[in-house]
Unconditional design. Structure first.
Length: 100
């Protein structure tokens, strides 16, 4: 019984880990202009987005959605201090709208 539970927990962790890797990798492989989510403090995220040459789409609780036509936008966000950048369309549903 315990090994069955342990296998189930291990499988769940594997699936969640793979999902997280996909979310982190997607901004690097998608076309320029796609929406990304900068995770973290809103003010710091807005500052990083502006410094990286992007535009803010929407500020949510815990994430700021942004986009740029620059193909190196995600790398620029990290260079400007963004702690984590993930795919924006999927991530938008994971964060409540500011003020909600």
């Amino acid at each position: 019984m315990i090994t069955r539970v342990a296998r189930g927990a291990a499988l769940a962790l594997l699936v969640l880990g793979l999902w997280a890797l996909v979310m982190i990798a997607m901004p690097f492989v998608g076309p320029a202009g796609r929406q990304v989510a900068v995770i973290g403090d809103g003010a710091a995220a807005v500052q990083a987005i502006a410094a990286a040459g992007g535009s803010v789409v929407e500020v949510r609780r815990g994430a700021t959605l942004a986009r740029s036509a620059d193909p190196r936008f995600v790398a620029s966000l990290y260079a400007e201090g963004a702690p984590l950048v993930i795919e924006g369309r999927v991530a938008a549903g994971c964060f409540a709208k500011a003020g909600a």
